[in-house]
Ligand binder design. Structure first.
Ligand code: 6GU
Length: 247
């Protein structure tokens, strides 16, 4: 996969893309991440990228020309022979709420373009005529789309084939089956007097799997009851829930 990121602050990306799983994925050429400074596409010697809003009001608005021209330059250099649609995703608090499901959807594309919004907003003609999707990472306001773009890139890249080791399957992750993950323990078996649940030491794999499943369901119910109705549960599990909630 190729990810192109348009930003006014490319240096913000140095950290996350140069460590851990993202770095390994880049080093192994499973993904290439290309940063583009929107300012490089400005038209004047002051490298202007924003301007006052028509109609007045506080703050500045990102001008359309540099963003259109940056995306057009990306389109011209990459995969143009394929003719498929290129997702152009604007990171903005106005967008649809990002989720594991949206990440799976994004992970199926050969290429993504992420545009990091800044200031009070982006000229609406960018949204109407260039952007194919607007995404927010939560109901709070960041000072710009950069951190959100890093979140989206991280979540998508770890889904790409070969990025995680075979033993760490994304299929078990929280939110994949619509449930939170069960509690994990490692050695020592007793730490400061706190023991690891006995079933995990039993070696009985069927029993362990059953315990973990139950833990995941109960934890989701307690912490994120909003997720339970959409989780894929067996009829027996639904019955268990009905019992424990009514008592
Ligand atoms: Cl994508 N951008 C900004 N500025 N704030 C946000 C966000 C994005 N998602 C949540 N808050």
């Amino acid at each position: 996969m190729r990810i192109d990121i348009l930003t006014l602050f490319p240096e913000m990306f140095d950290g996350p893309f140069n460590a851990s799983i993202l770095k390994r994925a880049v080093d192994r050429k499973l993904v290439s991440i290309n940063l583009h400074n929107i300012r490089d596409y400005s038209h004047d010697k002051h490298r202007t990228v924003d301007d006052y809003p028509y109609g007045g009001g506080a703050g500045m608005v990102l001008k359309p020309e540099p963003i259109f021209e940056a995306v057009e330059a990306i389109k011209a250099q990459s995969h143009s022979e394929e003719g498929g649609i290129l997702p152009v995703i604007l990171l903005t608090p106005q967008g649809r709420l990002f989720s594991q499901q949206i990440a799976v959807e994004f992970s199926r594309y050969r290429q993504l373009v992420l545009i990091c919004g800044r200031y009070e907003g982006v000229d609406e003609r960018v949204v109407e005529h260039l952007v194919t999707d607007e995404v927010s990472i939560g109901d709070y306001v960041l000072s710009g789309g950069e951190l959100a773009a890093m979140v989206v890139a991280d979540v998508v890249v770890r889904l790409l084939p070969g990025v995680l080791g075979s033993e760490a399957s994304p299929a078990d992750d929280s939110h994949v089956a619509g449930l939170l993950e069960y509690a994990q323990y490692t050695r020592p078996a007793v730490y400061r007097g706190w023991p690891v649940p006995e079933v995990l030491l039993s070696g009985n794999h069927a029993q362990i799997a059953r315990w973990r499943r139950e833990q995941a369901i109960l934890r989701t119910l307690r912490r994120r009851p909003d997720l339970i109705s959409k989780a894929s549960l067996s009829p027996e599990e639904r019955l268990l829930l009905a019992k424990c909630c009514s008592s």
